[in-house]
Design a protein. Structure first.
Length: 119
């Protein structure tokens, strides 16, 4: 299983970035996909999640209205469009694939991509 994040970098406050996560080694279309970042008191917080068929999305309050998650099941790729970036969005962003099959959870993580918001 491989999850490879890309698209991170340095951006000024108010700017935009688009993260991508290319996946292989599992049935991508059967997995819910999420983007997560470290948070105080937690190892990571989910900032955005999209269901396996792309029919439903969910966002953390801190990014609602600014971030958009999407997926292309034909390309085995999930995206995170980040607009109106703030310095507090600075973090390593991780891609996660998760499914439950026969009552067992399968969850995979990528290595992360650094996003730095600074003037």
């Amino acid at each position: 299983v491989q999850l490879g994040e890309s698209g991170g970098g340095l951006v000024q406050p108010g700017g935009s970035l688009r993260l991508s996560c290319a996946s292989s080694g599992f049935t991508f279309s059967s997995y819910d996909m999420s983007w997560a970042r470290p948070a105080p008191g937690k190892e990571r917080e989910l900032v955005a999640t999209i269901t396996s068929n792309g029919g439903s999305t969910n966002y953390a309050d801190s990014v609602k209205g600014r971030f958009t998650i999407s997926r292309d099941n034909a390309k085995n790729t999930v995206y995170l469009q980040m607009n109106s970036l703030k310095p507090e969005d600075t973090a390593v962003y991780y891609c996660n694939a998760r499914t439950i099959r026969s009552l067992k959870e399968y969850s995979y993580w990528g290595q992360g991509t650094q996003v730095t918001v600074s003037s």
